[in-house]
Design a protein around this ligand. Structure first.
Ligand SMILES: *[C@@H]1O[C@H](CO)[C@@H](O)[C@H](O)[C@H]1NC(C)=O
Ligand SMILES: *[C@@H]1O[C@H](CO)[C@@H](O)[C@H](O)[C@H]1NC(C)=O
Length: 364
């Protein structure tokens, strides 16, 4: 039945992946003081644990140690087949706009998928070793990736080519752009290194008491950090200080995500203890620990999490942009939408990498 006009309930669903191979979807009722989560779907398409999940306006994708990416159509509420291209555990998935998906895996490949026909448009040998994490710039024109070859790589998504390689001291397992796209964070074990895009150099590091499992930018400066314990910590990356912490779960927090309501932020956490929890946080000068809005016991050991909130899906530029092949051109392309610039001094230009075309795989 339709919601009564006047109540501004958001269409919102939380999607979690688990060791038990199952993806769960919970519809959230937000128009009450205590939010409730109602089981909406379970998707058991994988034959090994789920390692990554992402949601676009229309689709939920899950990646697994079984080397497949499974699709779920949120509009038709049905399974939508599998993407069989990688020869290794899927480690990261991210949509850009509603037209493309990027996947990374332990085979070292980054794949660009079209969401229209679910074709693999480009398959890039991105890292020697595994691809561990990727992040798409808010402009949709650049992506970062990290892998087990101690490099941080920048990709031009307009032509699928490697723009720059940066050698880092350790293997990073998480990389993430800030919402404004003027900085990014790379995580190696328990340490976050903050990079400034303009100078391409580290502006600070912050160390968590435990290995970091997941991070989420709540604003351009506040990052929620989940680690191998039950605490979620909030870090101000401008001052490189921990500004707030709260006990979120009984055991390790495996994933953290967030979304914005009208005047507050909702932090969502998923844990090995089986629970998904929603926390209400007011983003103000002096941060106070968030209050619990609602929770659900999935009874599975959760590994990853995504928020499906179709009204807030960012539309990135879909108009064909100019083919930028040099760092200066990439920077110029980016600065058309965002006032950011990439320094060419700190980075190494790579020209060995050419987009490879593979015939294998594709949607079914
Ligand atoms: C990772 O961080 C944890 C917690 O700080 C530490 O005990 C461990 O030795 C670190 N591991 C490596 C490989 O640096
Ligand atoms: C979560 O559900 C499982 C399975 O029904 C149950 O064994 C467990 O006690 C529940 N956890 C809590 C804290 O209620």
């Amino acid at each position: 039945s339709l919601a009564v006009a006047g109540s501004m309930a958001a269409v919102l669903e939380l999607i979690a992946g688990s060791y038990e191979q199952i993806a769960f979807g919970y519809r959230i009722k937000t128009d009450e003081t205590e939010w409730t989560a109602k089981a909406d779907f379970t998707h058991h398409a994988h034959t090994a644990s789920i390692s990554a999940v992402a949601a676009s306006e229309r689709f939920v994708v899950t990646g697994s140690k079984d080397e497949t990416i499974q699709l779920y159509d949120m509009k038709k509420r049905t399974e939508h087949g599998a993407l069989l291209h990688h020869d290794g555990s899927i480690t990261c998935l991210e949509f850009y706009g509603s037209s493309n998906l990027l996947s990374g895996a332990e085979d070292g490949l980054l794949c660009v998928w079209s969401t229209k026909k679910w074709e693999c448009l480009k398959s890039i040998k991105a890292h020697k070793g595994h691809v561990t994490s990727l992040s798409i710039h808010p402009s949709g024109k650049l992506a970062l990736s990290v892998g087990t070859d101690k490099t941080l790589r920048t990709w031009n998504l307009i032509n699928g080519r490697s723009a720059f390689i940066k050698n880092i001291k350790q293997n990073a397992h998480i990389v993430k752009w800030s919402p404004d796209g003027d900085k990014y964070v790379a995580v190696a074990n328990d340490t976050m290194s903050i990079y400034n895009l303009e100078t391409a150099s580290v502006t600070g590091t912050v160390t968590n008491p435990k290995r970091i499992s997941s991070i989420k930018f709540l604003s351009n400066s506040i990052v929620a950090v989940a680690g191998d314990d039950e605490i979620v910590r909030l870090c101000d990356i401008e001052t490189q200080k921990w500004v707030c912490e709260f006990k979120a779960h009984e055991t390790r927090v495996k994933a953290v995500d967030s979304f914005h309501m009208e005047d507050y932020c909702v932090v969502v956490t998923a844990s090995n203890d089986g629970f998904i929890k929603m926390w209400k946080l007011h983003l103000k000068e002096e941060l106070e620990p968030p209050t619990l809005l609602g929770e659900v016991n999935t009874t599975a050991r959760l590994t990853c999490l995504a928020v499906w909130k179709p009204s807030s899906v960012q539309q990135t530029a879909e108009e064909p942009a100019a083919e930028a092949t040099t760092s200066e051109e990439v920077a110029r392309e980016l600065s058309k939408t965002k006032r950011v610039r990439i320094s060419a001094e700190e980075v190494v230009l790579e020209d060995e990498s050419k987009p490879k075309k593979k015939k294998k795989g594709g949607g079914k």
